[in-house]
Ligand binder design. Structure first.
Ligand code: ZN
Length: 80
């Protein structure tokens, strides 16, 4: 589990990254899993951990909603 990873977009559980050896080579590929065993979310076959994290954390709609909520909360604090 990495603190750099956002929570699962489907169920909110933590995510983890596992490395897999590619048969017959010294290469690893990296797969991201949701740690909730009942959740089907998985992103696979990344060439590096950094690439996997970047893809997992790329959520422009979620980020925009969080920013709108942050602004809304600040406005509510000003009004009340
Ligand atoms: Zn999940």
């Amino acid at each position: 589990m990495s603190k750099d990873l956002k929570r699962c977009p489907l169920c909110g559980a933590y995510a983890t990254i596992k490395a897999y050896k590619t048969m017959g080579t010294n290469h690893n590929t990296f797969t991201l899993y949701c740690t909730n065993k009942e959740c089907p979310i998985m992103l696979k076959d990344f060439g590096s951990v950094e690439e996997a994290i970047k893809k997992w954390n790329n959520r422009p709609l979620e980020d925009a909603l969080i920013e709108k909520f942050r602004v809304y909360r600040q406005l509510m604090l000003l009004i009340n």
